[in-house]
Design a protein around this ligand. Structure first.
Ligand code: DAH
Length: 340
């Protein structure tokens, strides 16, 4: 082949390669151009290299030098096309991934504690500062702890099977019938059975009653039980603790009112109200621990007295946040739960 023809062929190849790499709009087109010009088997450069062998011997050195120049030129065109696509600098491509650091990030959705769990944590915190430690008890109870030791005799209406979730399969168990606890007062008994006085505990957890669900009832809810047993404990101590508790929970000075009431395990018994936006709202039952309860666990009635109280956790949480329907807590609707 004549030198002039070979050189012209090379010039055409260089121009075509330049155009192909510069015009490539995405990674796939760059790759197609790479195969067409730089492909190891049938690339155009490879074909030109073969043509080099047919150039007259005397001109081969000149032809070879030009070939190398063109090869470098094509490789450089390929490289810059590759960089342009990867860097998004072209701005005209759609299929190429473009990273724009000025766009707002995608917010990961972070979970939250359930409002009842949040309330429980807060109540533990407040009572902890008053010196009360946390005790736990089982949700499946026997009649001894749910009723008997709490001075609730067999003929008491609270023991009516229709008022409780008795466990049918457990009825034949050796220790007598079992039920889902209807109150956290059970934990008072379990703690006193295990521990000599003084006692200063709270217990928070689920209780179960076969109530029809409505805006203020649910067959499962949470209570906070409190128990303090020591020497010379009086109603004044009870009132102070409940007042400090209510003041801490609401964040301002709160008045407490006691109304006479009855619970089998306290004597005297009261309903405790707290003032809230010029209203009195009931927040739980309380009283001095009944001597029958203290002696049932072997405490010396000459030595110690105590007070106890039981509060509804849902009710406190609902008041705080203006929630009007207890069922909202248990629908698991994240639009509701996410607000707390
Ligand atoms: N256990 C009672 C209930 O579920 C609440 C209660 C009242 C608990 C008085 C107490 C108490 O410890 O002293 O209705």
């Amino acid at each position: 082949m004549a030198l002039a023809d070979f050189l012209q062929e090379l010039d055409e190849l260089a121009a075509a390669a330049q155009a192909a790499f510069e015009g490539a709009k995405d990674a796939a087109e760059v790759e197609a151009a790479r195969i067409a010009f730089l492909g190891a088997k049938s690339g155009k450069l490879k074909a030109a290299q073969k043509g080099l062998g047919s150039v007259d011997k005397a001109d081969r050195r000149t032809a070879g030098m030009r070939f190398n120049e063109v090869k470098q030129l094509v490789e450089a065109a390929f490289k810059s096309a590759e960089e342009r696509i990867a860097g998004g600098g072209g701005g005209t491509t759609q299929s190429a991934e473009i990273f724009d650091p000025t766009l707002p990030g995608k917010q990961p959705r972070i979970g939250k504690l359930h409002p009842i769990t949040q309330t429980i944590e807060e109540l533990k915190d407040i009572m902890g500062r008053l010196g009360f430690s946390v005790a736990d008890g089982p949700e499946i109870e026997d009649e001894l702890h749910n009723f008997e030791s709490l001075n609730i005799p067999a003929d008491h209406p609270a023991r009516d099977p229709l008022e409780n979730f008795y466990l049918a399969t457990a009825a034949k168990s050796q220790g007598g019938p079992l039920l889902l606890r209807s109150q956290t007062s059970t934990v008072q008994i379990r703690v006193m059975e295990q521990t000599p006085p003084p006692i200063r505990i709270i217990s928070l957890g689920r209780v179960y009653r076969p109530d029809t669900a409505d805006a203020t009832h649910y067959p499962m809810f949470h209570q906070m039980e409190g128990l303090l047993v020591d020497t010379k404990v009086t109603m004044a101590d009870l009132k102070s603790v409940l007042r400090l508790f209510a003041t801490s929970y609401l964040g301002h000075d709160v008045h407490i009112r006691f109304r006479p009431s009855f619970f089998p395990f306290t004597e005297p018994s009261v309903e405790a109200d707290m003032s809230w936006n010029d209203n009195w709202i009931e927040f739980g039952g309380a009283g001095m621990v009944d001597p029958h309860v203290l002696s049932a666990v072997g405490y010396d009635l000459e030595e110690v007295t105590g007070f106890a109280f039981g509060l509804g956790v849902e009710r406190l949480c609902m008041r705080r946040h203006g929630i009007t329907d207890i069922r909202e807590f248990y629908k698991n609707d994240v639009r509701f739960l996410h607000q707390f």
